[in-house]
Structures are given as structure tokens and as C-alpha cells.
Design a binder for this molecule. Structure first.
Ligand SMILES: [Zn+2]
Length: 313
């Protein structure tokens, strides 16, 4: 099991040593090197029903595994810069505020080899990448199963980065479908109200999209960031509302540590405060009846289909 280091530098150094060892093993015993797929996933068990995932922050290359067709047919291989550091910092910041740590799963393989936020058929070109992709998702599934067994439900935050709106934070829930459990329990306030993560971030001065001041019905998520494979797979639609999953896309300026070395820690502190307020205001452990959630979720999916058919402004 790979443990998180509290020091990013130590973590990086450990990564260099690990990569060197993997390369040596690869050269000496190429037939067994792929058994080490867990080395490319960083994970840490938590003691809160909150799971943080980060699929696009890694930059490690697996020796001997071919690349994806980056740049062709819309294949995006861009790293979500420093979202691995953000996941690590957010875990520590939540633990500091709440006294209990969330679960964390990070994919460390560079997106040129694996895109963890895609179904397997689109995630890699080389079949040798399959066990490394599976290791990431098996770990998320294990934590989802464990959290469900321990608390009955959990909140999953899938951390990403985007560059099109450098200071904006986008929400992705498939217009509510991946958080249908929270919506069924508490209504839109749990997603966009003053005590929600996005309401708190807006209150702290961040630009968030959709605008939390608009009526819920008008808060159409940007299709580019509306919630990908991870939140759709593990979110409310597939779990009777028990796992409520939110994709969060942080603008590049918010993650830029060149002019502000504290940028990641500042962002993690804001996110941790917002997450703690969300969690205590809208506890995920009050489970609605699965049938009610399914009904509610179906309505939301229908609504989002209707919304997608409308011409964009
Ligand atoms: Zn991403």
C-alpha cells in the first residue's frame, strides 16, 4: 500500500527512487514488472464518509507501456497541474478542521498513457495499461464499498483543473444526477445554497459556475465540465443515491504556485472549510429510500436531456 507523505518534496523524492527501482526491475525482470501496478496509485484510508479522487494530476510513465493518441480525435493528454498536491493538501486541511481524515485516491500515471476519467475503452491504447487503470478504479470501488458499509453513504469529490477560465471553479454533477441523494434529502440548497461547497466558495470570493445566485432551474452546468466518467460511475445514479459525487474543476491561476507558493494550501484551506460546512449542514449519512432517489434521479436525467437539447446562449 502506498502511503501519502506529509511532505511534497519527500513524496517527489520517493517517486524518483520508486521510478528508478521500477526501471531496474523492468530491465531485469520485464515479465513481472506489471504486477507492481499499485505503485502507480496513491491512496489513503479515511475515517470520514468523504472520498477525494484526483485522476489527472500524475506525471509518471510506466516503463514499456505505449502512449495514447494524444491530440488526435479529441484525445486530451493535458495534466491537471498540481491537483495531486491539492488532493493531498485538502486531505490534511479537512483532517485539521474535522478531526477525521477523508479517503484519498490519486492516479499517478501520466495522461499520455492513461486517462483514469474515461471508460476503459477510451482510457488507454496499450492493453498493458489495463492493470494500472484497474488498480485506480478498484481502489475507489473498495473505498466506496467500505464507506457504504461503515456509514451507509459518502460524498465523493473528484478534483480537476481547467485553463479556459483561469480563476473560475466549475461544478460538474450532470445537472444534479450524480448528487440525487443529497437533492432528494435536502433539495438544491445542498448543492448550491449558502452552506454548500459552491455557496461557501462563492462567499469566499471565488468565481463559481454555474452562478449560485441563479435559480436552481437556471443553473445549467458547462457541458465541458458537467461531470465525467468518475462521478457518473460512482455517483448517485449508480448507487441508489448513497454516493453523491461532484466533479470540481479549478482554474489554472488558482493552482499556480510560481508567484504564490501558498496557492495550493490556500485553495485547500478554502475547500476544506467549504467541505466541512457542506458535510455538517447536509449529512450524507441520512439515507433516503432508494426508490425515492431513483425516481428523483430519473427526473433529473430527463431534465438534463431536455436542457442539453436547448440551444446554448
Ligand atoms: Zn481533469
Amino acid at each position: 500500500m502506498v502511503r501519502l507523505s506529509t511532505s511534497p518534496l519527500r513524496w517527489r523524492c520517493a517517486g524518483v527512487v520508486r521510478r528508478a527501482l521500477i526501471t531496474i526491475v523492468w530491465l531485469a525482470y520485464p515479465h513481472i514488472s506489471h504486477a507492481a501496478n499499485e505503485d502507480f496509485v496513491t491512496f489513503e484510508r479515511g475515517s470520514l464518509p468523504i472520498i477525494i479522487t484526483a485522476p489527472h494530476g500524475g506525471e509518471e510513465l510506466i516503463p514499456g507501456v505505449g502512449l495514447r493518441g494524444c491530440g488526435t480525435s479529441g484525445v486530451n493528454c493535458n495534466t491537471d497541474l498540481h491537483t495531486d498536491l491539492l488532493a493531498d493538501a485538502l486531505r490534511d486541511a479537512v483532517a485539521a478542521i474535522m478531526g477525521q481524515a477523508p479517503y484519498v485516491v490519486m492516479g499517478n500515471v501520466d495522461r499520455s498513457q492513461i486517462d483514469y476519467n474515461r471508460p476503459a475503452s477510451l482510457a488507454y491504447d496499450d492493453p498493458l495499461a489495463a492493470p494500472f487503470y484497474d488498480a485506480y478504479h478498484n481502489q475507489i470501488q473498495a473505498y466506496v464499498d467500505e464507506a457504504t458499509a461503515r456509514w451507509g453513504a459518502a460524498l465523493l469529490l473528484d478534483l480537476h483543473g481547467q485553463s479556459s477560465a483561469p480563476t473560475t471553479i466549475f461544478r460538474g454533477t450532470q445537472n444534479g444526477a450524480t448528487v440525487a441523494g443529497l437533492l432528494a434529502l435536502y433539495g438544491p440548497d445542498a448543492i448550491t445554497g449558502p452552506n454548500s461547497i459552491f455557496g461557501q466558495l462563492a462567499d469566499a470570493g471565488y468565481t463559481v459556475k454555474p452562478d449560485v445566485n441563479l435559480p436552481w432551474e437556471s443553473q445549467i452546468e458547462d457541458p465541458e465540465y458537467a461531470g465525467g466518467f468518475t462521478v457518473q460511475t460512482y455517483g448517485a445514479g449508480n448507487t441508489d443515491g448513497r454516493i453523491n459525487a461532484i466533479q470540481i474543476e479549478f482554474g489554472i491561476d488558482l493552482r499556480d504556485i510560481t508567484g504564490n507558493p501558498a496557492a495550493i494550501d490556500d485553495l485547500a484551506a478554502s475547500m476544506a472549510g467549504a467541505t466541512a460546512t457542506q458535510y455538517t449542514s447536509f449529512p450524507v449519512t441520512a439515507i433516503p429510500e432508494p426508490s425515492a432517489v431513483l425516481l428523483f434521479g430519473s427526473g433529473l436525467i430527463l431534465l438534463s436531456v431536455v436542457r442539453r437539447r436547448r440551444p446554448r446562449r
